[in-house]
Design a binder for this molecule. Structure first.
Ligand code: BG6
Length: 301
């Protein structure tokens, strides 16, 4: 029977929970309900956390799985309907408003089958700056040999609520030059580094320079093939048909906060999302769930 254990710890200014189940260990901060790291004892981390991460109030932590909501990326690059919910789109921060705020921990269930934590953020009781709308967010995190993350949005208002969002997951890889992403063949993508031109993926995605792409019509199953670490990270999602693939490479790495200049070969972001023509408009009272399960398999499988 796998053993489980949950303990509350402080990392500098942030309250966190360290969660163990069997060979798995998760670290989660209350700020942003952000998964900071995830590893299984017998292998390198699955989720990457920067060596230069700062655990400071009001500042996103570099790495883990930040929640981007109620918009993803630059608000001004979002469809007009998403921008219109904000009082001042030109002054809005990237990646929405909830990644730097404390969420409420609703409960922890720990048992033989796994450990489950549930966080909530209610914009009716904890208003967001310049975004005067009522919605409840829930983030469910379950560790049971695999990691399951579900971001649930509920429109509490009387009008339709258009949102974009993402689980901005940073994955740990042996060396970005050697990994491939499987499952994107045939998908349209927006090349944000070249005037947001639309292109189409042909075959596996491999990396040879700065990458910042928005893939559309994405399937429910993607994977990261990592021969040097002899593993494949499986990613199964629901409620999402878009994904952002990002590696800053050499130059952008030097400009990023909390990011060592030589850290870029060891990480890859695959951000399961609802962006561009995959944004979701929740009718009054409607719910939407964006979910991701991840685990690794040895390459012989
Ligand atoms: O530094 P931030 O706000 O966490 O954003 C990191 C990256 O997030 C990615 O989602 C974007 O596509 C990149 O363009 C961006 O640089």
């Amino acid at each position: 029977m796998a053993k489980s254990h949950v303990e509350r710890i402080e990392r500098d200014e942030l309250t966190c929970w360290r969660v163990r189940y069997g060979t798995g260990e998760l670290l989660i901060s209350q700020q942003g309900a952000q998964i900071l790291s995830y590893r299984e004892d017998d292998q390198p981390p699955l989720i990457w956390l920067s060596e230069q991460a700062a655990y400071a109030r009001g500042q996103g932590v570099r790495g883990g799985v930040p929640v981007c909501w109620p918009w993803f990326g630059s608000l001004q690059r979002n469809p007009q309907a998403v921008q219109a919910l904000h009082d001042d789109p030109a002054a809005a921060p990237a990646h929405g408003l909830v990644r730097n705020l404390d969420w409420q921990l609703l409960g922890i269930e720990s048992g033989d089958a796994g450990v489950h934590l549930e966080f909530a953020y209610n914009t009716a009781t904890q208003p967001l700056p310049h975004w005067p709308h009522a919605a409840e967010l829930r983030l469910s995190i379950r560790l049971d040999g695999r990691l399951h993350i579900a971001l649930h949005s509920h429109n509490l208002g009387a009008s339709p609520l258009p949102i974009s969002q993402a689980l901005h997951s940073y994955f740990a890889v042996s060396d970005i030059h050697q990994v491939s992403v499987e499952g994107l063949h045939g998908c349209r993508y927006i090349e944000t580094l070249e005037d947001w031109q639309q292109r189409q993926q042909d075959g596996l995605l491999q990396f040879s320079g700065e990458t910042d792409r928005i893939y559309l019509d994405t399937p429910a199953q993607l994977s990261i093939l990592d021969p040097a670490w002899q593993r494949r990270i499986r990613l199964h999602s629901s409620g999402s048909n878009s994904a952002v693939l990002w590696n800053p490479w050499t130059d952008k790495a030097q400009r990023l906060s909390q990011f060592a200049a030589d850290a870029w070969p060891g990480m890859l972001c695959i951000e399961h999302a609802n962006v561009l023509d995959d944004i979701r408009t929740l009718a009054a009272g409607e719910h939407h769930q964006l979910a991701l399960s991840l685990w690794s398999e040895p390459l012989s499988n």
